[in-house]
Ligand binder design. Structure first.
Ligand SMILES: [Mg+2]
Length: 368
């Protein structure tokens, strides 16, 4: 398969409602799409969410990065995806998010060319479906969060993530405890995520206030630069501590493992592609770390479809999958993902299995 063209398309899709993170409010998804066409006329799609505070990449930066690489990759043989990405690294340092969109499009195109689902290109299918990690964080207090969690449980969800780190640690601990209790204290997976919102002392106050609440894990309590601090939190509690924003490479995983971090949230935009996420999962298995797979808030059904193939090929997937396409007011795929019963099913068809609606892509495209 020869790469003919690589097109970068900047898109902006409004969120159903603004999502409050610890220090920002996400109102619209600003993502780059990559439309890769081969000499044989096969089209592959990739997507990456902009995440200035996580990857350092803005929408404008990602579009520029893809456009910088496009003429250097067009005409190149695309069968060896690793070689194409090595070539990308020669011409452009960093920019893992932009590169991940190209890498995803290559997996889609190569899968369609060879008639294989992307999970087969990633080492083979180990599972057909994976539990979705349902976000709990209405911003309307404990009672509303408990009600939301119970409704989701009735719909079949077996994994939940409570958003914390915005308010007082003791208040967030109280809310976390109540959600855990309502869901049966250990009967389903409940975790929490502070998105770097606290300092180590606040994070330790939170885990202490949780008492013996059976929280499955507590993610990214402190800012990414504070490896000593996250290690201190891990030592202060028996609750497993996870990392997310702090993980951008295999070395990051090893460093976090050394200070006692129990697992991590793996994203294509942080690691640079689907293959890199699988390799990170293999390293996690080797180190005895747990894995959560996550799309960036918020990526469309294109990235979500790719994620079902990563989930299918992951060695172990103890901490569920976070998809974010349902937070968008509209999606870019014609055939919706099967999210029934709190699980996501592997998308069918070759490549990433996303039937992309090109008319919608053009509708949400913005001048960059
Ligand atoms: Mg997170």
């Amino acid at each position: 398969m020869k790469i003919k063209t690589i097109e970068a398309i900047g898109i902006s899709i409004p969120m159903v409602k603004p999502v409050k993170m610890s220090f920002e409010e996400v109102r619209a998804a600003n993502n780059v799409l990559v439309r890769l066409e081969t000499a044989e006329g096969v089209v592959g799609w990739g997507e990456a969410g902009s995440a200035p505070s996580m990857t350092g990449e803005t929408l404008q930066g990602m579009v520029a990065a893809v456009r910088h690489l496009a003429p250097r990759l067009e005409g190149v043989d695309g069968d060896d995806i690793a070689a194409v990405m090595e070539r990308s690294d020669l011409y452009l340092y960093g920019n893992a998010g932009a590169k991940s969109a190209i890498e995803m499009a290559l997996h889609d195109a190569l899968g369609k060319t060879t008639g294989k689902p992307a999970c087969e290109l990633l080492g083979g299918k180990r599972r057909e479906r994976a539990p979705l990690l349902r976000l709990i964080g209405s911003g309307k207090g404990t009672a509303a969060d408990v009600e939301d969690a119970l409704k989701a449980k009735a719909d079949g969800y077996i994994a939940f993530k409570v958003k914390v780190g915005v308010g007082d640690p003791r208040d967030d601990a109280e809310r976390t405890r109540e959600v855990c209790k309502a869901l049966g204290n250990g009967k389903v997976l409940v975790c929490s995520d502070a998105n770097q919102g606290w300092n180590p002392d606040q994070a330790i106050a939170y885990v202490r206030a949780l008492g013996d609440t059976p929280l499955a894990f507590f993610e990214q309590p402190v800012p990414v630069g504070d490896l000593e601090g996250i290690g201190r939190v891990a030592k202060a509690t028996s609750i497993p501590i996870g990392a997310d924003e702090g993980l951008h490479s295999m070395d990051d995983l090893k460093r976090h493992h050394e200070v006692g971090i129990a697992g991590g949230s793996l994203k294509t935009i942080k690691l640079g592609g689907m293959r890199a996420v699988i390799e990170a999962g293999q390293l996690c298995e080797h180190l005895g770390m747990k894995v959560n797979l996550a799309c960036k808030m918020a990526e469309s059904g294109i990235a979500a479809s790719a994620m079902t193939h990563i989930a299918a090929a992951m060695p172990a997937l103890d901490w569920g999958v976070s998809l974010t396409n349902t937070y968008l007011t509209d999606d870019l795929i014609k055939r919706p993902l099967d999210l029934s019963g709190g699980h996501v099913a592997l998308t069918a068809g070759p490549g990433i299995g996303a039937d992309v609606d090109e008319a919608k892509v053009r509708r949400y495209a913005r001048e960059v």
